[in-house]
Design a protein around this ligand. Structure first.
Ligand code: PMP
Length: 360
């Protein structure tokens, strides 16, 4: 067996221990005589799996009792529509545009009501987080929406926006469980799990209970109404059972590692290795304003497209996979989620140094 260092933005690297444990349990899950893939979602065994996953997530994130945890499908992209469907009572909301995912959510919201651009960093290719201290938020807005970590551009809010008392909705797909969060600051926190948490196919949404009502936009499909899912504990219909089981294993792994404060320290340490190198390199340079840098996604360029391509190709040869930047921005991007070991980042930097010497 040979495993590469996988810097993919998602689906992404998972803890090896989790994969090994899943492999060991593949044919016979703990004496049940079947794989979790083959199990009824209504069985006692599966009920324990999903309940334990939720309990572990609650413990990790310190989720207050007045928040529901939902395991959903449809990807983060479907949730872009669920937000207005479930929250746009006044048919008006504010969006902060910090990249493609925020923009897509904004465009989706426009289908349902008036979505207002509160701020944007499009003027400098989304390489920074705009000043959010005094946004043009009006009283009639139902919520303020952010994408907290911008996977493609490598920016992250270090401070949440001043929402002037309005509900905050955050897409945390690419920074989920990477550091502690104060859940009470949000109305809704959600993300696709395929970056930091598990295999693609699950969206986890943490929603304040009072926001889960029957008062949704007319025409909202039953399955996209949060109340349907909340009333059924995410088992209204068949959930992505196996994927939730793997997420549960990742939660256990995170608890064993020491929880989210320890993950934050580890992630800061890993990111520093790469950013420190970029800051002094004569060949590579980071593309993001320093104070807004993500701990998870690190984009960088040489300034020469051909050299970028050469780097990506040679890195792949050397066992560093998926370093090509997003197709819309080019250059390189190293995604260094929770499960990327420090050693992977150190080895990448060693390789970059060597490449720099050879190509200076
Ligand atoms: N939001 C963010 C921050 C993302 O990075 C992505 C996907 N990479 C999405 C939303 C869309 O997720 P999905 O493919 O699950 O719809």
């Amino acid at each position: 067996m040979s495993r590469v260092y996988n810097f993919s933005a998602g689906p992404a690297v998972l803890p090896e221990e989790v994969l090994q444990e899943a492999a060991d349990e593949m044919l016979d899950y703990r004496g049940s005589g079947m794989s979790v893939m083959e199990m009824s979602h209504r069985s006692k065994v599966y009920d324990n799996i999903i309940k334990e996953a939720e309990a572990d997530l609650r413990e990790l994130m310190n989720i207050p009792d007045n928040y529901k945890v939902l395991f959903l499908q449809g990807g983060a992209s479907q949730f872009f529509a669920e937000v207005p469907m479930n929250l746009m009572k006044n048919r008006k909301a504010g969006y902060i545009i910090t990249g493609q995912w925020a923009k897509k959510a904004f465009q989706e919201a426009k289908i349902y009501g008036e979505a207002v651009e509160l701020a944007s960093s499009a003027d400098e290719t989304f390489s920074y987080i705009p000043d959010c201290s005094d946004l043009p938020i009006t009283d009639d807005m139902d919520y303020v929406y952010i994408c907290e970590n911008n996977t493609i551009y490598g920016t992250k809010y270090k401070k949440l926006p001043n929402t002037k008392g309005k509900l905050l909705v955050a897409d945390v797909s690419s920074c989920f469980l990477s550091e502690p969060v104060d859940v009470t600051k949000y109305g809704v926190i959600y993300g696709g799990v395929q970056k930091n948490v598990g295999p693609a196919g699950v969206v986890i949404a943490i929603i304040r209970e009072d926001l889960i009502t029957d008062d949704v936009l007319p025409g909202t499909p039953t399955l996209l109404k949060w109340k349907t899912q909340a009333d059924a504990d995410s088992l209204y219909n068949t959930p992505p059972c196996y994927n939730i089981y793997i997420c549960g294993k990742v939660f256990k792994w995170l608890k064993k590692m020491g929880g989210l404060s320890v993950m934050k320290e580890r992630n800061e340490e890993k990111a520093k290795i790469l950013y420190d190198f970029l800051d002094q390199s004569k060949l590579f340079k980071g593309t993001v304003r320093k104070e807004d840098r993500s701990l998870m996604n690190v984009p960088f360029v040489t300034g020469d497209k051909d050299l970028d391509a050469k780097f990506v190709a040679e890195a792949k040869e050397a066992g560093f996979e998926n370093l090509k930047g997003h197709r819309t921005v080019g250059g390189m991007r190293a995604s260094i989620y929770n499960a990327m070991p420090k050693e992977g980042v150190e080895k990448l930097v060693e390789f970059m140094k060597k490449f720099e010497e050879e190509n200076a």
